[in-house]
Design a protein. Structure first.
Length: 256
């Protein structure tokens, strides 16, 4: 789960998508690859005894059993590999470490959700390279759209196939947002899912440390994430993700 702009809801979507997949019966591993300021443990209200920074000290002996001992349980189907407790610890973690960890996790879980930092560096590129599917998160404000456009251009230069990149529109019904189809036309990508704005539900879930797909499963925002999870579950079966259109106020054109 990736974006080139902070504050677009990347961690919220990562957390709830992982739990939604587990509610569909999948075993899910989460990697918090925002190595300096990751918040996945906070969003899940768990207290890791160990983090990825601790794991790499044993990286030469890495196997499934070792990795399992560094994971933090959210429930019986969701396990988290936490970001380091301190930002400076991120410097010791390399792209080679991440690649080895992800390769090991593939044999342990049905799905691996990786929450990323909003940067292109060697560590994040190793995650993007390894991913079967990159969910690029955008909102309908101009800075986010500009950054996402640059993001897609970089991914194209990296020769990522079009089908690997899936656009997700967060806060789709925000007042003052730009028209969805204009954004899609500009980005040359359709949004495969739209997630509505629901600040009350999201903020309450974050502050309580309970993903809203668990605390408020009946809400529109939770149902939109469940629909996304069902779509993602079909990616491995070569099923095309169809765009889900949301209702957005028509305010202005993004590009003339």
């Amino acid at each position: 789960v990736f974006s080139t702009k902070g504050g677009v809801g990347k961690t919220t979507i990562s957390t709830n998508l992982a739990v939604a997949l587990s509610e569909l019966g999948a075993k899910v591993g989460i990697v918090d690859a925002d190595l300096q300021f990751g918040d996945m443990a906070l969003f899940l209200n768990v207290m890791p005894k160990a983090t990825i920074a601790d794991l790499i000290r044993d990286i030469d002996h890495l196997d499934a059993n070792l990795l399992e001992s560094y994971l933090t349980d959210y429930n019986d189907k969701v396990k988290l590999l936490s970001a380091p407790f301190r930002p400076e610890q991120a410097e010791s973690i390399t792209n080679t470490h991440l690649s080895a960890i992800l390769k090991t996790m593939v044999g342990m879980f049905d799905y691996i959700i990786v929450d990323t930092a909003p940067v292109f560096n060697e560590v994040i590129l190793s995650v993007l390279d390894a991913a079967d599917c990159i969910l690029v998160i955008s909102s309908l404000d101009l800075p986010a759209i500009k950054n996402v456009k640059l993001c897609l251009e970089i991914m194209e230069s990296l020769d990522y196939p079009q089908e690997k990149i899936k656009m997700i529109l967060n806060r789709a019904n925000s007042a003052g947002g730009i028209e969805t189809n204009e954004v899609e036309e500009s980005l040359h990508h359709d949004f495969i899912a739209t997630i509505p704005s629901d600040g009350k539900t999201v903020l309450g879930a974050v502050n309580r440390g309970i993903p809203f797909v668990i605390s408020h499963p009946e809400t529109v925002i939770a149902q939109s994430v469940f629909n996304l999870a069902k779509s993602i579950a079909n990616v491995g079966s070569d099923v095309t993700l169809e765009p889900q259109k949301g209702v957005v106020d028509r305010i202005k054109r993004l590009f003339s």
